[in-house]
Unconditional design. Structure first.
Length: 141
């Protein structure tokens, strides 16, 4: 039963990461208002909570209640999935720092650098690719 609960938490985390990225992508544009920035920053907080939830549940499944750890560590698809997840985290750092810094500003309209928009899109793409490797791992391929 414990494994089932952690698999569900892991799944909820993945869906939350995906949902927050989609919502950020829908709101963000080359120029946003202070109100839109507040929404994006709020979504970014939810995003990071979801990332931590996904990571913690995944680690519990890896090290505690899931299949034997050797099953995962000997699987190349697991290493690809984990690497992509870490890349998603790294890609999120700069946008988070930019958003938090911009939130402190007094401007009514904020110019969003193209790199921020592209980093969010890259994260979104990777988040939609990662579950494919999860399926391959589950199938033992």
């Amino acid at each position: 039963m414990t494994e089932l609960i952690f698999r569900y938490i892991h799944f909820i985390g993945i869906m939350s990461v995906s949902a927050t990225l989609v919502m950020q992508h829908l709101i963000i544009s080359p120029e946003i208002t202070k109100q839109e920035l507040k929404k994006i920053v709020f979504l970014d907080v939810i995003y990071w909570i979801s990332i931590v939830l996904t990571l913690v549940a995944g680690l519990v499944l890896l090290l505690g209640v899931g299949k034997d750890v050797s099953f995962y560590l000997s699987n190349k698809d697991f290493h690809i999935k984990l690497t992509l997840f870490l890349v998603v985290i790294l890609l999120a750092i700069y946008p988070t720092l930019f958003l938090r810094k911009s939130k402190k500003g007094t401007e009514e309209f904020i110019k969003m650098p193209k790199v921020i928009i592209m980093l969010i899109r890259m994260q979104l793409l990777l988040v939609f690719i990662i579950p494919f490797f999860g399926v391959l791992i589950a199938r033992g391929q």
